[in-house]
Design a protein around this ligand. Sequence first.
Ligand SMILES: NC(=O)c1ccc[n+]([C@@H]2O[C@H](COP(=O)([O-])OP(=O)(O)OC[C@H]3O[C@@H](n4cnc5c(N)ncnc54)[C@H](OP(=O)(O)O)[C@@H]3O)[C@@H](O)[C@H]2O)c1
Length: 238
Amino acid sequence: MANIFLTGASRGIGAATRAALVAAGHHVVGQSTAGGDGLIAADFAVPRAADAVWQQALAAAGGRIDVLINNAGVFEAADIGDADGFAAAWARSLAINLQSAADLCRHAVLHFQTHGGAKVQGGRIINVASRAGHRGDSPAHWHYAAAKGGMLAMTKSIARAYAGQNILAFSVTPGFTMTGMAQDYLASRGGDKLLADIPLGRVAAPEEVAETIRWLASDAPASLTGATIDINGASYVR
Ligand SMILES: NC(=O)c1ccc[n+]([C@@H]2O[C@H](COP(=O)([O-])OP(=O)(O)OC[C@H]3O[C@@H](n4cnc5c(N)ncnc54)[C@H](OP(=O)(O)O)[C@@H]3O)[C@@H](O)[C@H]2O)c1
């Protein structure tokens, strides 16, 4: 059983992941913007919010975290015709989708290196990126694709830097997954056209992504570190 800190645990992929991890016997400390339901409240749009969240999560986990899962994210449109709005959307997307994850990874690596002074034990980081990080995204979502691409590069850097200390890092790259984040977009873009682009013929269920994350958090072999696991119904095959 591991102590696991999971961001974005209230809804969608995060809620399904929380359920899968708890069912597998893990102790899960979760976060959401609003909090409630036992979750730590934090808005990652606020600079350095992740610092306080890490300390809260550590306390809630009894002083030891074995696995960090960066899942919180936003998918908000940016209009290239609106200079101020464009800049604001980029800043917000990078703060929530990338910088907060980076801040939490920094805390996790330092913690995994010492576990409060004990001999090096290591730990696992799972970053929930996106197919967009490889393939790019819609005209209104350059920033989202850039943030997720940055997350992939960051995860590989962490994997290469700390594998020798048994600190493992993985990325998960979902395609469309049936959550609140995707539902509005599917409706606005025309569901049939998007589904035609997915050979499996349907979007992923949150439980499918959750099971992938659960496996990476506990069962995946150490030699997999640095890997990116696609889960997109073959809509983007690398
Ligand atoms: N759904 C997809 O099609 C899809 C595809 C590829 C990748 N992903 C990625 O998978 C992850 C989860 O997506 P999802 O579809 O499950 O999303 P979702 O249903 O919209 O849930 C987003 C989660 O992030 C939290 N969150 C949102 N804004 C936040 C902020 N400013 N500060 C802190 N937490 C915040 C939310 O908390 P509240 O409930 O309190 O708002 C919620 O727990 C994201 O990183 C997303 O980019 C999703």
